[in-house]
Design a binder for this molecule. Structure first.
Ligand code: SF4
Length: 697
């Protein structure tokens, strides 16, 4: 009876970028249970295990309930004075580049915009980046160069409307299980192509699986483009009318003949031809989907653009069931891309452009001279500056780099050099919180309100449905308090509530590709089951007058570049930074290991239900051919050793990995001790997919 609700409210899930709708059951105004929302257009009544457990993880005993100063509980007044004294001392003594923040794709987009505005316009910092650098920076950079704006073009309906779905470095079966449900609803009897070194759950369900050598994806994609041209499969009218750079691309591809590409990828010439024939321009709708297997690579941006090039040359964009479609990672990664005020100025603007600074100043009421004229350093560059001593203080919000950042021992060594570390988080037990001088206790999903933006650009609203524990506060309120204690609250008079910030941000987007000025506030977002960007003031009437609920970009063939044409961007593949050697003969690939856990398990690790759905020990996937000469049998404990560290795991012998390759799930806190820190030069995204290791009994 205590679970019998007397009301329900709509929310969107706060874990992954799918952005599922949930119905939260309320009793006396507080959440007692939840079920998937059958009317929400994203998930249509389904949810993955994480979504079902969204409430239970809020009750964990290690929730941060009070501010902690050097591990001791203090009141908010003491904590905020300390925060301001320390940050101000660093900035006054060492200049505006000496303190930085690391934001997240996990908080509401109004909150992350406030954080970016507070730090840069209020506190006077220059640098701040997000953990979205670890997942989406590559797609952002690729889209900007190819389309003129960071613009994933698709809607989830495209999963159901394709004749051929090509998944590259993506395992939606477990990484985005509800998107995979949308694939299963496809009634067109589609071909499903998977490009992945591993026989993942998605690869096993595919009609064609290309188990390429790790990080040979760029060569493969160029080889497929070569064959499409050779066999007359280019949509020449689309290319001529809507793109630039194809002639140069065609010349560049001349070297990517099938024999060479077969050698570099490990895929036979016959199968390369079969792949190309499947997607060749004709009557079939082909959609291309990618995620971390592409984005987390040493040449990730060019690989993403090689996918975009395939969509452009075959005319598969701007129509149902098509697109070059990057699937986002976190619940609000898209919000971070446009509104975190890190690499882009609010609303996808450019810090370096004086007109953009003037426009954002007018929209926000912030004096233009307070807006920096350059973007932030990227995450890895901020850490490098910390190592070199120019960054002295870091403020981490809802992220746990001591677990998740590549080459973990190195980041921990750097963090230990800092004068001041602040962690603002729901839990006081994260690996990073343990290193912090000051911990600020934050409310979690369901304990505050605001919006997320999902992979298909849908803004979804999530309300407050319960109280945060102890003295934990919504991130939004923490930022307001810091503005007050810092003495800059006058700058943020208009930023009084998440809804008020939503209005400010709407003004920032006017005239941008991501224009959301036509949305009538949070209520419309909630009642409409989310609204995709763009929705300009001109669009608003159409939205009201029809049942228009979905929007695909580029239906008119016009892109966001100055000449309205998409651009073919390409570059020769680069050598893999850490090659196998006699001492380290195996390639370690890391990635998502289960649909039942989320990233560093900071939240999902608290659920007893989810804990039962995963192995209790760290499992190393190892091919039997590699195990036999080492005398390793199924279930044996093994040491996995890289140049940087070693750990123990249990061997799982499987042909799902190729000989010479091993796999570890990223959720275990030790795995990133092994990974080699290399970065895509264009997006600065870390490459988690290729480190050299050896395995011993
Ligand atoms: Fe949906 Fe992702 Fe939440 Fe699962 S974690 S319910 S797939 S939004």
């Amino acid at each position: 009876a205590h679970l019998l609700p007397d009301a329900a409210t709509k929310a969107v899930c706060g874990f992954c970028s799918t952005g599922c709708g949930l119905k939260v059951h309320l009793k006396d105004g507080a959440a007692v249970n939840l079920t998937p929302d059958p009317d929400y257009p994203v998930n249509i009544g389904t949810a993955c295990p994480k979504g079902w457990e969204a409430l239970s993880v809020l009750d964990a005993p290690d929730r941060a309930r009070m501010p902690l100063l050097h591990g001791k509980e203090v009141d908010w007044d003491t904590a905020l004075k300390y925060f301001c004294d320390q940050m101000r001392a660093v900035l006054d003594k060492h200049g505006p580049e000496a303190a930085a923040f690391i934001s997240t794709g996990q908080i509401m987009f109004e909150e992350m915009a406030f954080l970016g505005a507070l730090t840069k316009f209020g506190l006077g910092m220059i640098h701040g980046d997000g953990n979205t650098r670890q997942c989406m920076a590559t797609a952002v950079t690729a889209y900007k160069e190819s389309f003129g704006f960071d613009a994933p073009p698709f809607t989830y309906a495209d999963f159901e409307e394709s004749d051929v779905l090509v998944f590259i470095g993506a395992n939606p079966c477990i990484a985005h299980p509800i998107m995979w449900q949308r694939v299963l609803r496809n009634k067109r009897n589609p071909q499903i192509i998977v490009v992945d070194p591993r026989a993942t759950e998605t690869a096993m369900a595919a009609t064609q699986h290309y188990a390429i050598k790790p990080k040979s994806d760029l060569a493969l994609l160029y080889g497929i483009a070569h064959l499409i041209i050779r066999d007359g499969g280019v949509d020449t009218s689309f290319v001529e009318e809507h793109t630039t750079g194809f002639d140069e691309f065609e010349k560049f591809l001349a070297d990517y003949h099938p024999a060479r590409v077969s050698e570099e990828t490990g895929i036979s010439v016959h199968r390369l031809v079969h792949f190309a024939q499947t997607i060749i321009h004709g009557t079939l709708r082909v959609s291309f989907w990618w995620t971390m297997g592409v984005n987390q690579g040493h040449q990730a941006t060019r690989t993403a653009q090689a996918i975009i090039n395939l969509a452009l040359m075959t005319g598969n964009i701007g129509k149902p069931g098509t697109g070059a479609n990057s699937i986002t990672g976190q619940c609000n990664a898209m919000g971070s891309r446009l509104f975190s005020n890190t690499t882009n100025l609010l609303g996808g603007h450019d810090f370096r452009n004086p007109r953009h600074r003037e426009k954002v100043a007018a929209a926000t009421g912030i004096p233009v001279q307070r807006i920096p004229d350059r973007p932030s350093l990227a995450y890895d560059q901020i850490l490098k500056a910390a190592d070199e001593g120019t960054v002295k203080a870091l403020w981490f919000v809802a992220t746990n780099p001591s677990h998740s950042w590549i080459d973990q021992n190195e980041i921990n060594r750097i963090l230990d050099k800092l004068d001041f570390i602040v962690v603002q988080d729901m839990y006081c037990s994260t690996e990073t919180a343990k290193r912090a001088h000051l911990v600020l206790p934050a409310a979690g999903w369901g304990e505050k309100d605001g919006c997320f933006i999902n992979s298909e650009r849908r803004i979804g609203y999530s309300p407050k449905v319960r109280r945060a524990p102890g003295q934990a506060l919504a991130d939004f309120h923490i930022f307001r308090l810091i503005a007050h204690y810092w003495g800059c609250e006058d700058l943020f008079r208009a930023w009084s509530t998440p809804e008020a910030v939503f209005r400010v941000l709407q003004r920032c987007t006017e005239g941008q590709p991501c224009d959301i000025s036509g949305i009538a506030g949070h209520e419309m977002v909630q009642k409409s089951s989310g609204v995709q960007w763009p929705l300009s003031k001109d669009d608003a009437a159409k939205f009201k007058a029809t049942t228009w609920k979905e929007r695909r970009l580029f239906e008119d063939g016009k892109f966001y570049t100055p000449d309205k044409r998409a651009k073919f961007v390409f570059e020769a593949p680069q050598a893999i930074p850490e090659q196998r050697s006699t001492e380290y003969p195996l390639v370690l690939i890391t990635g998502r290991g289960t649909s039942a856990q989320w990233h560093t398990e900071t939240r999902t690790g608290k659920s007893a239900v989810l804990a039962k759905m995963i192995p209790q020990e760290l499992m190393l996937d190892l091919h039997p051919n590699d195990a036999a000469p080492l005398g390793i049998r199924e279930g044996m404990p093994v040491r996995v050793i890289s140049k940087r560290a070693e750990l123990t795991a249990k061997a799982r012998l499987t042909t799902c990995v190729r000989p010479g390759e091993v796999f570890l799930p990223m959720h275990d806190p030790r795995v990133n001790q092994l990974t080699h820190a290399s970065f895509d030069p264009h997006s600065r995204q870390p490459s988690y997919k290729h480190s050299a290791v050896r395995v011993e009994k």
